[in-house]
Ligand binder design. Structure first.
Ligand code: CP
Length: 359
């Protein structure tokens, strides 16, 4: 891994797209917290993960992103076995601190923790002393006093995970903070694209919709551009300001142009809960100008894939028949989220990468 500093991320991407040997996880554990089974031939390149937290994608290197993706690929193979559970987090306690609604991320983290044999506490904000005025810091410190090793946090305030990482000893995983970042969503999106297209570098990826309020758009942009994709943001000018060009995105407000050459069209819902004022005249007008329908789909590349982080608003940003068509990988994104979150938990618990799964 050390020699990777002399290569750019695209070269690494090409090298590492050779499928690693599927690990045999049926063997005994050596009690080290790592998997144990016969070494694959040839050995995987050594990857190195040294982070205690996963707070964002912006601060990750291309190598670190690829390490998560390759570790997730090994865990996806585990998920296809009859016995899907491994003891990587046995004896560790994970708190799922969701202070904002979630279906996919919350359930996916819970299942990934169960698959890794962790003890799990599911914190419900509505039934907690947050309702009595207890602060986030005091709440989290009390959870840590109960020996929480990991806190998976979703919060409406940008920076909440970074704050907890400063005041606690536990490992913090960002499950979505305000309009800032949603790192595991970006990792599962990138994993899905790589699995489907065989690469990330050189792909044209259009992210269409409410970019301004989207943590997914920001995290996707960081992940995909670090791996060499070209990312276009499209939507009404009120929701897709030119300022995003400074982050490395191409910005257009012409939907036909944005989708014409796209290899991936990733749709975002309108986030009414974050908008402080009306950003466009009506939902009907938004749908007519920017919604993905059959006519627009007919003018895309025949192998362009349709993605959406969910929840989808059928008939608004995407027609129902498009959401369910063969080119939609929306539910595969959800499936891949499980392996990606297992990989993230494994790595922040001290794992270095997939080579340990094959050690
Ligand atoms: N994609 C996503 O974050 O969905 P949830 O809000 O349901 O977790």
């Amino acid at each position: 891994m050390k020699s990777s500093s002399r290569k750019n991320s695209h070269e690494w991407e090409a090298e590492r797209l050779e499928p690693p040997p599927v690990p045999d996880l049926s063997g005994p554990w050596r009690g080290t917290g790592r998997f144990s089974f016969s070494p694959p031939t040839p050995p995987l390149p050594a990857m190195s993960w040294n982070r205690k937290h996963l707070l964002d994608i912006e601060s990750l290197t291309a190598d670190e992103i690829l390490t998560v993706l390759d570790t997730a690929r090994a865990f996806k193979a585990v998920g296809e076995r009859a016995i899907k559970k491994v003891p990587a987090l046995r004896g560790k306690t994970v708190v799922n601190l969701f202070i904002e609604p979630s279906t996919r991320t919350r359930i996916s983290f819970q299942l990934s923790e169960q698959r890794l044999s962790a003890d799990i506490i599911n914190f419900t904000a509505e039934a907690s002393s947050l309702k009595k005025g207890e602060t986030l810091k005091d709440t989290a410190r009390n959870l840590e006093a109960l020996n929480a090793d990991f806190i998976v946090i979703r919060h409406s305030a940008s920076g909440a995970p970074h704050f907890l990482a400063r005041v606690l000893n536990a490992s913090i995983i960002n499950a979505g903070d305000g309009a800032h970042e949603h790192p595991t969503q970006a990792l599962l999106d990138t994993f899905t694209i790589r699995e489907k297209k065989g690469r990330i570098a050189g792909l044209n990826i259009t992210i269409l919709g409410d970019v301004l309020y989207s943590r997914v758009a920001r995290s996707d942009l960081w992940a995909l551009t670090k791996l060499g994709a070209k990312v276009t943001f499209c939507g009404p000018s009120t929701l897709v300001p030119r300022e995003f060009e400074q982050m490395g995105a191409r910005v257009t407000h012409d939907v036909e142009e944005a989708i014409r050459d796209a290899d991936i069209i990733n749709l975002l819902r309108i986030q009414h809960e974050r908008q402080r004022k009306t950003m466009f005249p009506s939902l009907g007008e938004y749908t007519s100008l920017f919604g993905l329908n059959k006519d627009r789909l007919a003018r895309t590349k025949p192998d362009a894939l349709i993605m959406h982080p969910g929840p989808i608003n059928r008939g608004v940003e995407i027609d129902s028949e498009i959401a369910d068509c063969p080119r939609s990988v929306i539910l595969e994104q959800v499936t891949n989220g499980l392996a990606v979150r297992m990989a993230v938990l494994f790595l922040v618990n001290g794992g270095k990468g997939p080579q340990e799964i094959s050690a």
